[in-house]
Design a protein around this ligand. Structure first.
Ligand SMILES: *Cc1c(COP(=O)(O)O)cnc(C)c1O
Length: 718
């Protein structure tokens, strides 16, 4: 029994078990237990059961012992949880009985599971988190590896001038739903990795994500030198050197960690290039057993999956031969190999032979390589054609599995209730079934509209509450209170734009003709407001400039508070925004958005997208489910592209979106708008769900690579 359970009344002991498995976070039964447990603490802790259990008042516990409603909810949740954990009639069990006993290892530098487990910075991590949750729901035997960051990704504070400040909070491990991992023999699991001349020890933590376990490497152990203890402190922190050390730990240490806790995976999946050294470690394992290097590399390739996530060149790590020598020499010396052998694994034909390209390493050594949307498949083929000089672009063996979102995580409770009523009680179990979603037509416009309006008010209350706290604790001056959304109002057409402020995302595109924008926003009969949120990487000065500029618009008197900037975008804020706004806006410079997933979360909740045709929207848009900026007939230079895109955005707003929103029937309901919202749900929910995505990974990538299930991998992949 852990410390938390000791303080709980005997009849509620299992609450701690429930809090220690993130299943609670996407199960209505689990959430309803903790929101009832102490509604105020639920809100104050931003929905954090572990902290609730630590901070709950004993008198509240006494009350709960008499509270029949709570007791019933608690029992229902425990039953549902135990049933979920024990089930064997899940999708994987029925579809792939012959793969029973198999394991798929999934490596990622970040995982976005819940706000209370701050191991992510943005989209890549949340995608990885959704991957684990859906694998669990489908019964796919996945095990995952990542880092325990002792300082969460930074908290964003905007100062009075509009400059982003990055605040690093240390995480309180006692308040996280994590446990020290154990070996099959029951000892605490630890592994070591040579990093240059030093032997670095990693402690291993375990996070329970439904049926899936995520193991986290942590160098903050007393055996290590002080500088090594900080190696896993920050996500994407530090210089090139820290980055290389982190990636060595993740790849090499990750394989060792899985072995230490008793896993021997059959298929290995590297999510983005950061963990690609896992391939190097596995080659080393085979060479040590006496296999020749080439043969070992071929062997490793047979059961490796690699997903690339960005067409932006800076998103692909490159290390110099000097750095590689400094930190990896031990590897080739141990195996009787040379630095040449090592460098060859990551040689990109267009870079100097003195550079080691992580994505190339992963592409060369994976049997299934994929981008994250059809458009991204095409862009990646062009980008990496140099690795197959004898092939045409269309023959480059890079595929795509379009990203999707974990529906139970991102659906608003109120939309869930609507779907239960009009689709089917267990609609979640069939959320990738396109037939089921046709029933959305049966939802009365009035109910849909009321639900959408309710969710907007809920978001505005959340935003205002944050502003109030900033006002009361003195961290915000009056104008910041206004800039953070206090003047927003519930009846205006509300656009949402939340993303990382990289310049290619063009956050300020809509401000390129300020007078025209003002006319749209300030129309007294048909007002429009826009909510912005998102972080810039602290080292990205142009990104910080963008936030600064947006903040000036949010503060500007003549924009009347129709622009708001909400601080500290994270999963918690994201939920309110994707569920609460009327339109989700996205205008990156094509084709640099590999997929994007926030718009998928919005569509699922009945929020249509207004976006350039890039990433997922290029295959998601069908003319009825939102709005798309048309592509120009011929490629334009950047300036002209910006002008083309902004002109089209203004026109769509003026001619289509604003009129449709404000055109009300005699019952006061915008029926045309409701039709678009329903189309967004019907077309978006099933296809851009993590359920569809995981089934696709299983069928196209994982299952064909299981060694004993197939005779010829090549045959299956053809
Ligand atoms: C979904 C999500 C993202 C990714 O969204 P994009 O559309 O790829 O920008 C990033 N951050 C948070 C907090 C999210 O919830």
């Amino acid at each position: 029994m852990d410390n938390l359970s000791r303080t709980l009344p005997a009849e509620f002991r299992n609450l701690s078990e429930l809090a220690r498995n993130l299943w609670w976070s996407w199960s209505p039964e689990g959430r309803s237990v903790f929101s009832h447990f102490d509604p105020t603490l639920w809100r104050l802790t931003h929905h954090d059961p572990m902290r609730q259990l630590q901070e709950i008042d004993p008198s509240r516990l006494e009350m709960l012992r008499q509270d029949m409603v709570f007791i019933r909810k608690y029992q229902a949740a425990m039953n549902a949880f135990h049933e979920y954990m024990a089930a064997s009639d899940h999708w994987f069990g029925t579809q792939y009985p012959h793969l029973n006993g198999g394991t798929i290892a999934y490596f990622s530098a970040e995982f976005g599971l819940h706000r209370s487990v701050p191991l992510y910075s943005g989209g890549l991590g949340i995608l990885a988190g959704d991957h684990l949750k859906e694998a669990s729901d489908l019964g796919i035997p996945l095990v995952a590896v990542g880092f325990m960051y002792n300082q969460a990704y930074f908290r964003q504070v905007i100062d009075a001038e509009g400059w982003q400040e990055a605040v690093y909070d240390s995480v309180d491990q006692m308040a996280m739903p994590i446990d020290l991992a154990r070996t099959p023999a029951g000892e605490l699991a630890k592994i070591q990795v040579r990093i240059g001349r030093r032997l670095v020890t990693c402690i291993i933590w375990q996070v329970r994500v439904g049926r899936v376990s995520l193991y986290l490497l942590d160098t903050n152990s007393p055996e290590n030198a002080p500088e090594d203890r900080h190696l896993t402190a920050r996500l994407y922190g530090g210089d090139h050197q820290t980055r290389l050390c982190q990636e060595l730990l993740l790849g090499i240490g990750g394989v060792r960690a899985l072995r230490a806790v008793g896993y021997h995976p059959h298929v290995w999946h590297a999510n983005e290039g950061h963990p690609a050294f896992l391939l190097v470690e596995r080659i080393g394992e085979l060479v040590k057993q006496g296999m020749a290097l080439d043969e070992a590399a071929n062997q490793v390739r047979l059961n490796t999956v690699f997903t690339t996530h960005t067409p932006v060149p800076a998103g692909h790590d490159v290390f110099s031969a000097d750095l590689i020598r400094e930190y990896c020499q031990w590897w080739w010396e141990d195996l009787g190999l040379t630095q040449e052998d090592f460098m060859a694994l990551g040689r990109h034909p267009e870079l100097s032979p003195n550079q080691f390209h992580m994505t190339t390493l992963a592409i060369r050594l994976a049997a299934f390589v994929n981008g994250v949307s059809r458009e991204h498949e095409h862009v990646s083929r062009k980008m990496f054609q140099v690795l197959w000089p004898e092939r045409s672009v269309n023959q480059v063996p890079i595929h795509s599995v379009t990203n999707g979102v974990h529906v139970p995580t991102w659906i608003a409770k109120e939309m869930d209730m609507l779907f239960r009523k009009y689709l089917e009680l267990d609609w979640r179990e069939r959320c990738d079934d396109q037939e089921l979603w046709k029933r959305i037509e049966g939802v009365p416009d009035e109910e849909l509209w009321e639900t959408r309006q309710f969710l907007k008010r809920k978001m505005l209350i959340f935003i205002r509450q944050r502003a109030r706290i900033g006002w009361m604790d003195g961290t915000m001056d009056p104008i910041q209170v206004l800039a953070s959304g206090a003047l927003l109002e519930p009846y205006s057409l509300t656009l949402g734009f939340a993303r990382r402020y990289a310049t290619y995302k063009r956050a300020t595109l809509l401000f390129s003709d300020l007078d025209r924008l003002k006319k749209i926003l300030l129309n007294p009969w048909r007002p429009v407001q826009i909510i912005f949120a998102g972080k810039a990487h602290p080292a990205d000065q142009p990104g910080r400039e963008l936030i600064h500029q947006l903040y000036q618009f949010a503060k500007a008197h003549d924009l009347g508070g129709h622009i708001a900037f909400v601080e500290d975008y994270d999963m918690h804020v994201a939920k309110f925004l994707v569920q609460g706004v009327d339109v989700w806006l996205n205008n990156p410079r094509p084709p640099l958005e590999a997929s994007g997933t926030s718009g998928q979360k919005a569509a699922l909740n009945g929020v249509p997208n207004l976006s350039v045709l890039d990433g997922w929207w290029k295959e998601g848009y069908d003319g009825s489910n939102g709005w798309a900026v048309p592509l120009p007939d011929e490629p334009l230079d950047e300036g002209k592209q910006d002008a083309w895109d902004s002109e089209n955005l203004y026109t769509l707003l003026e001619k289509e979106i604003v009129p449709l929103y404000y055109e009300r029937g005699i019952d006061g309901i915008p029926h045309g708008w409701c039709a678009t919202a329903k189309n967004a749900i019907r077309t978006g929910a099933p296809i851009f769900s993590a359920r569809r995505m995981l089934k696709e990974y299983m069928g196209r990538a994982y299952a064909p690579l299981f060694p004993d299930a197939v005779s010829s991998v090549e045959e299956k992949l053809a």
